[in-house]
Design a protein. Structure first.
Length: 204
């Protein structure tokens, strides 16, 4: 199945957007600064090279995956400054009717509610734009910040499951009924845009 997720999603404080090749240096710098803490719960930073030149080769496949509707990795950028501060995305390996949210943020931006803001926006896009029947968050139960994001975003715990790598993770889920409750009911829809920043209307 090919999914559709806009290239750019703007919230009150954030821009979530598809990576560009000129993001490589900033991504390299922030990942390198946060590698030791992020690899506690995510395996991919440990394997990534640290130079912007090589990272550009890895950013390009992310762009291609997004364009083909296979995966939707996105950078998180501070709306006020344009700085790269983390990553998020919608992943397509949880079944034909589901999308999974993943997220991380730089240590110096933790505690501001930014990941919850990003998760709320991505959940709404997954359900109302992409057409997923449910959205899931899989996280290590010892990662208290990640589980707090799921809880604050209105997700319901589905218990523990074993993922493809044999890890036992806690699964949280949301569906269209979730949108009628808080915090979604009082959270404005994010602005959607194409890669050039031109606004995309929400589906009726």
């Amino acid at each position: 199945m090919s999914w559709y997720v806009p290239a750019r999603i703007e919230t009150e404080r954030l821009i979530l957007r598809r990576y560009r090749t000129d993001d490589a240096a900033a991504v390299s710098r922030v990942v390198a600064a946060n590698r030791s803490r992020v690899v506690r719960f995510l395996s991919w930073p440990e394997a990534l090279p640290s130079t912007g030149e090589v990272r550009a080769v890895l950013v390009a496949p992310s762009i291609a995956l997004h364009e083909r509707g296979q995966e939707f990795p996105m950078g998180i950028f501070d709306k006020a400054t344009g700085d790269f501060i983390g990553g998020a995305g919608l992943h397509t390996d949880r079944g034909a009717d589901a999308l999974e949210i993943g997220y991380w943020i730089a240590a110096d931006r933790e505690g501001e509610g930014l990941i919850t803001e990003a998760a709320l926006a991505l959940t709404r896009v997954a359900l109302e734009v992409a057409g997923a029947e449910r959205v899931e968050i899989w996280c290590d139960p010892t990662n208290r910040r990640a589980t707090a994001v799921a809880r604050r975003s209105g997700y319901a715990s589905q218990g523990m499951r074993i993922d493809d790598d044999g890890e036992e993770l806690e699964v949280w889920a949301a569906n269209v009924e979730t949108l009628a409750g808080e915090p979604y009911a009082s959270t404005p829809r994010p602005r959607l845009a194409d890669p050039d920043g031109d606004e995309i209307p929400w589906p009726v």
